[in-house]
Design a protein around this ligand. Structure first.
Ligand code: PLP
Length: 367
């Protein structure tokens, strides 16, 4: 299988007029608007990946018997394109997304895509729709690669033989348009996101479908997000919403970080991985381990545990201010946004947007 393909370029003859595009970019919200083009690449068993195209963004005609509608073979990724002060456009660690999609694909019995083809697909789309990359600080073009089963068959005992890989792009505003605001989280005892041997470490759409009831429960309880606990004892903390969690102990020069280890039920976040590399270089030691809800509460009550934050591509860092469960509730620190959280956030954003040097080689220039 060749590592990449030539893209057939089919330009949109009716792109959104520039004035309308600028109006969208002034206030894009999140995940609501899409650029003029998309990339599609087909996969057929025996033939491999073929028919790579850049084409106008449009609905995808699908047979009602396509396997994805029935047995949910679908994966996705998410990353951003950033415009830097010098006008260049970059993405952040895109080969990590490619590798993760392939690990997800193995779990869902779907085909792997050559990493270079994955990155080429992002580049082809961003180059064509470069005017959609916002210039405002904190804004970005969110890239959504995804893949699903298109085989027309209801047989349940085997994975599909045909797939479509697609990349779409959506301009996005600053996640915290009114400043970083700590969230309140709900400890879900009734719902489980992921169990050992399940699909929790794959970026699989079904994980999200399975999480909405828990998220709805959190909202009913007056919380913003749900904290997912382990499936067996319901006490080990795994993730929050669709973010990885970081716990800060101590403060100032004594601050250190703890994050739940990747046990197989957590999604291996690229933001998480970046924090684990960035923090030690800022003098903040990190540990991958485990933390129970009892330890979380006791740590906050004794003052030893000073900050908690979720991390992921969309929000980067989302401070957690308070925790609520069926039989307990507590505040983290003073319930506000912690210093260590903000420092890590600034550092990472600085690297992504080109305000700080990138000693890690994380930034991938597109234009
Ligand atoms: C995507 C995702 C994350 C964050 O991953 P990033 O690569 O940092 O964006 C965390 N948890 C879940 C469940 C996710 O789907």
């Amino acid at each position: 299988m060749s590592t990449t393909l030539d893209f057939d370029i089919r330009l949109n003859e009716r792109p959104l007029p520039a004035a309308d595009r600028e109006a969208v970019l002034a206030d894009p919200g999140w995940g609501l608007h899409f650029t003029d083009h998309m990339v599609t690449i087909r996969y057929t068993e025996g033939e491999g990946w073929h028919d790579a195209r850049l084409e106008p963004y449009a609905p995808i005609p699908m047979d009602p018997a396509s396997q994805v509608f029935h047995y949910a073979q679908e994966l996705f990724e998410g990353l951003k394109a950033y415009r830097r002060p010098d006008g260049s456009i970059v993405t952040f660690r895109p080969y990590m997304n490619a590798a993760r999609m392939n690990r997800s694909a193995q779990r869902m019995a779907m085909p792997e895509i050559p990493e270079q083809l994955f990155v080429d697909a992002l580049e082809v789309l961003v180059r064509q729709d470069r005017d959609w990359v916002p210039t405002r600080d904190g804004y970005s073009l969110y890239l959504r690669p995804f893949m699903f089963a298109t085989t027309r068959a209801l047989g349940v005992n085997q994975p599909a033989k045909e797939y479509l890989f697609v990349v779409i792009a959506s301009p996005s505003g600053n996640y915290y348009s009114k400043g970083v605001r700590p969230v309140t989280v709900w400890l879900s005892q009734d719902y489980t996101r992921a169990a050992p041997g399940g699909t929790g470490e794959a970026k699989f759409g079904g994980n999200y479908a399975a999480s909405f009831a828990g998220q709805a429960e959190a909202v009913e309880q007056g919380c913003d997000q749900v904290v997912w606990l382990d499936a067996i004892e319901h006490r080990w903390v795994e993730e929050v919403g669709s973010m990885n969690l970081m716990f800060v102990y101590g403060s100032g020069a004594d601050a250190r970080l703890l994050t739940p280890a990747l046990t197989g039920t957590l999604l291996p976040g690229i933001t998480r991985d970046s924090m684990l590399k960035l923090a030690p270089d800022l003098g903040i030691p990190v540990e991958e381990g485990k933390i129970s809800i009892e330890e979380w509460q006791a740590g906050c009550e004794s003052g030893e545990l000073t900050e908690v934050f979720g991390c992921g591509t969309a929000a980067i860092i989302s401070p957690v201010g308070a925790v609520k469960g069926a039989d307990r509730a507590w505040t983290i620190g003073d319930g506000g946004t912690g210093e260590v959280s903000m420092r890590l956030r600034e550092e990472l954003i600085g690297i992504q947007y080109g305000h700080r040097p990138d000693p890690y080689g994380w930034v991938h220039e597109i234009i």
